[in-house]
Design a protein around this ligand. Structure first.
Ligand code: CTP
Ligand code: CA
Length: 224
């Protein structure tokens, strides 16, 4: 990993990365979201840049500092993230969907604050699956998804790779110590159409390094 830090082997690649959670508003004050910190996606963007790529980062609301010299497009909702991805994907050679998109959104968002004395019940509808839509494109980039599962559900991750018609999926068990939310480490299995590589617990920067090593390997072998 040490020697790899200096290599500029992603020069010429245009990499689109999404990171962080989305927020789906109930009213102007309240929203539905999830526990994503954005750390994995930000590490990916940073490492891609360091290895010479042009990087665009589409980020949901996070508290991690934006990486230096990277164009960041800030979004809040799944709808906004979808629009930003669609605006940028045709320019990209690699698309990495590390964001934790909210799966559900309220059917309607109230324009003013709901009084807590009102009886509230929420009608939720599914958000657009951004990755699945990207997977249906004709001239698509190399596409990487993430599968955050509770437990060793590699079967669920493999199914997502096939169903969303993408090139690679990064499995992680978020219920495992050191692999959960808001930590600087991750323990993943990189699954592509050929092999599955189980990596030990490592920093998110090193996971990003390993991810690009594998993408490079596949691209250099002319598979993509
Ligand atoms: N994803 C997406 N748009 C959504 C939901 C998910 O692009 N509306 C992407 C995520 O960014 C991730 C991948 O799909 O790269 C898998 O997300 P995950 O939550 O593990 O799977 P889902 O397909 O959403 O199914 P479930 O939450 O039921 O496991
Ligand atoms: Ca989901």
């Amino acid at each position: 990993v040490k020697t790899a830090l200096s290599k500029k082997d992603l020069t010429g690649e245009n990499i689109l990365v999404t990171a962080g959670p989305t927020r789906e508003y109930i009213d102007p004050i309240r929203y539905i979201s999830n526990r994503s910190s954005g750390k994995m996606g930000y590490a990916i963007a940073k490492i891609a840049k360091r290895r010479g790529a042009d990087v665009t980062l589409i980020s949901g609301p996070v508290s991690v500092k934006p990486p230096a010299d990277i164009e960041v497009i800030n979004v809040e909702t799944a709808g906004e993230m979808h629009a930003a991805v669609m605006d940028n994907i045709s320019m990209s050679s690699i698309f990495i969907m590390a964001a934790a998109v909210s799966d559900f959104m309220p059917l309607e968002t109230k324009g003013s604050k709901i009084d807590k004395k009102e009886k509230l019940s929420l009608n939720l509808v599914k958000t657009i699956d951004i990755l699945e839509e990207a997977g249906r494109f004709k001239n698509k980039p190399f596409i990487v998804g993430f599968a955050a599962e509770t437990g060793q559900r590699l079967d669920r991750a493999r199914k997502k790779l096939i169903d969303k018609d993408i090139d690679m999926i990064v499995f992680n068990d978020v219920s495992k110590a050191g692999s959960g939310f808001d930590v600087d480490t991750n323990e993943v299995v990189i699954i592509d159409r050929k092999v599955e590589r189980k990596l030990p617990l490592m920093s998110k920067d090193d996971v990003a390094m390993a991810l690009f090593d594998r993408i490079k390997e596949l691209k250099d072998n002319g598979v993509y």
